[in-house]
Write a protein that binds this ligand. Sequence first.
Ligand code: PAF
Length: 280
Amino acid sequence: MIIYSRISDTTTHIKQKRDEGSTIGFVPTMGALHEGHLELMRKAKKENDLLVVSIFVNPIQFNNQDDLKKYPRDLKKDSELLETVGCDILFAPTVDEMYPEKVTKKYDFGLLENVMEGASRPGHFNGVGVVVSKLFDICIPHKAYFGEKDYQQLAIIKKLVEIESIPVEIVPCPIVREVDGLAMSSRNERLTPNERASAPYIYEVLQDAKTTSEFLCTNRLKQYVLNQFSDRKEFEVEYFELADDKDLQPIKSHNPEKGTIGFIAVNLGKVRLIDNIRII
Ligand code: PAF
């Protein structure tokens, strides 16, 4: 694996490989790699000649400075994991390399950015859009891989590719879970042992919501889910939403013709966790 921190070195190497006819599979990350990331990488490696990964904790997508400061960083451990999945190129730039000037770009992702994560974390998706567009310019992938745990981010990135006419195929990948059901996330590392023991309850409730959706209208189902947390004081639910799987707008009633996803964000101690489940 070759590690670059410079944009020009990375792009020169990848351009040369593309000119030689190699296909490039790209997995952008913020590090603190876990099995969820590694699954994306294994798929990318299988489907392409070259696996390129980026590790960059993107400051402009954090609207909480404490969250940015506490974001786990361990390049040595991450590099070892990358070797195990056959990563060919790791791009790990500094903040100055990525943003030599103040970022002023503003995207209009339309309705997609006004709900759930967009509403809870103002500016977050603009920051994601800016960095992913820049990473696509640098790493010029044929295919880029994103996990469905961040389902709304995936929708935003598909929209970004459309807005910027970027010639890349976006490959969605299923959520990877721990054996007890907790969706894998770099944030799980920050849970205390007690919080970690409680955390699988989130997915239990989502599964219950899916089963119960057959019997309850959407408003009742939302209330039902919130009630499941009322005597679990360790959780503070930020939202539970039932939304269309394409435009992510909240649905008012179940429609078997349309895909519906149940989205949840909860705070467990100081850690904010999100998860989702396909209802229809
Ligand atoms: O999902 C993430 O890890 C980040 O949002 C991404 C896509 C790497 C952009 O910083």
